[in-house]
Write a protein that binds this ligand. Structure first.
Ligand code: SUG
Length: 415
């Protein structure tokens, strides 16, 4: 049976705060602080368990090999001699943010009736630009069944950051949807990470119907306020679009197109007068997982920070008391990831497919999460300071910890 599966990136043992992402305000503000990789990974596991308890279907992606020796070699250096920022880039645990792994077009939307996945090239930030080869290897394993078609990355210079800048609306997972690609034009001094042409390449490669595909721009104000990806100011699920008033550049035209294509659509727009862009980004209100529950109705899986931001919490209480489609709020604590600008929605990639067509080693139930937890509790470092990243003993610990996880999950092909 076709359903939505959320694949969460397991937080890798090298999780740290190196301040590598200009335009990502949380990551810049927390640069240099101590990180807690074990706690970070356990927060991620707890989020997955909460999603399973809601009756949702869960999968996992695995941490990448760190340091990325192959990448450093391609840059004519190595972990010992690379400058500190480059070494930090080679050690980043950023693959945890699975929303940036790939863009997915489910089978009902594509010309050949297969589910298409394009790995994101992430070319704009050096520490993320070397993720795609290891991500692609996982996608090719997990989605080897002929129900899927896995594509290599869009070629540079067109920056592509994956599902974080892509939304899908459809009356049911099995019904054809409307796919929306959101790109940046101006960043108000910050880099634009999703280029317009990248979305067009992906839409063509996936065989999408141009009449059911929209390409729209983020507002410059949103990027300047810290919305380095669209999923920081908007999220879509089923027949609901939940967005900040200032998320998009040409909002009236966009909404008119959507209403023409999907007359039954509900747009839940949060006015700037009630929740400022700053509060939306501080709380990551829109970086929620908007999900359809198995017994009907929609829930928002929000970061705990949403309750700590008074304007946001007030607005949410009003929303759930009203007549809208979103009736339930679930709070999750992913503070370690949040401090690097990654909320609940950043940590997951949505794939609509029949779970039977997916390599079972990438699917997660409570028993799988128990086994992963054991490895994390035993092998993940408790605490890392940025200066620790120069320590070869720590690199060995990262490698040993990852190998233990691969062995536990029996995915030794990725070693
Ligand atoms: O790409 N942070 C990530 C956060 C990604 C969030 N993803 C989505 N919005 N979908 C980024 O900016 C910080 C790493 C550091 O500075 O150490 C970082 O890469």
């Amino acid at each position: 049976m076709m359903l939505e599966i959320n694949f969460d990136g397991i937080v890798g043992p090298s999780h740290n705060y190196a301040g590598l992402s200009p335009g990502n305000l949380a990551a810049s503000a927390n640069a240099g602080r101590a990180s807690f990789p074990r706690a970070a990974a356990l927060e991620g596991i707890a989020k997955m368990r909460a999603n399973l308890a809601l009756g949702l279907c869960q999968g996992v992606f695995l941490p990448h090999a760190r340091p990325d020796h192959a990448w450093l070699t391609s840059l004519a250096t190595d972990a010992q001699t690379a400058p500190a920022w480059l070494r930090a880039a080679a050690l980043s645990a950023s693959p945890m943010w699975a929303a940036n792994a790939a863009t997915i077009s489910p089978a009902p939307d594509t010309a050949d009736g297969r589910c298409h996945l394009t790995v994101a090239n992430l070319v704009t930030m050096p520490h993320r630009s070397h993720e795609w080869p290891q991500t692609l290897a996982q996608l090719r394993l997990a989605f080897a069944h002929p129900a899927f078609k896995v594509h290599g990355p869009v070629l540079p210079p067109f920056g592509d950051e994956g599902a974080a800048n892509h939304m899908r609306l459809s009356p049911a997972p099995t019904a054809p949807g409307i796919e929306i690609f959101v790109h940046g034009v101006g960043g108000g001094g910050f880099p634009v990470r999703q280029h317009a042409e990248a979305g067009r390449v992906v839409a063509r490669a996936h065989g999408l119907d141009p009449a059911r595909t929209l390409h729209i721009a983020q507002s410059e104000a949103a990027i300047a306020a810290g919305a380095f990806h669209n999923d920081v100011v908007a999220v879509a699920d089923g027949m609901t679009l939940f967005a900040h008033e200032q998320a998009f550049a040409e909002t009236a035209d966009f909404y008119a197109d959507l209403r023409r294509l999907l007359p039954e659509l509900t747009i839940v727009e949060v006015p700037a007068a009630e929740v400022s862009l700053e509060d939306a980004i501080r709380s990551y209100l829109f970086n929620a997982q908007l999900v359809t529950l198995p017994h009907g109705g929609q829930a928002l899986i929000l970061p705990a920070e949403a309750r700590e931001t008074p304007a946001v919490w007030t607005w949410l209480q009003k929303m759930v008391a009203g007549n809208g489609p979103i009736r339930r709020l679930e709070l999750v604590d992913v503070r370690q990831s949040m401090a690097n600008g990654g909320g609940p929605a950043c940590l997951r990639l949505r794939v609509v497919a029949d779970p039977k067509t997916i390599d079972p080693r990438f699917m997660a139930d409570d028993a799988t999460l128990d086994r992963i937890t054991q490895v994390i509790e035993r092998d993940w470092p408790e605490r890392i300071l940025p200066e620790d990243l120069a320590d070869p003993a720590l690199w060995t610990q990262f490698e040993t910890a990852r190998t233990a996880l691969l062995t536990t999950l029996m995915v030794n092909e990725l070693a």
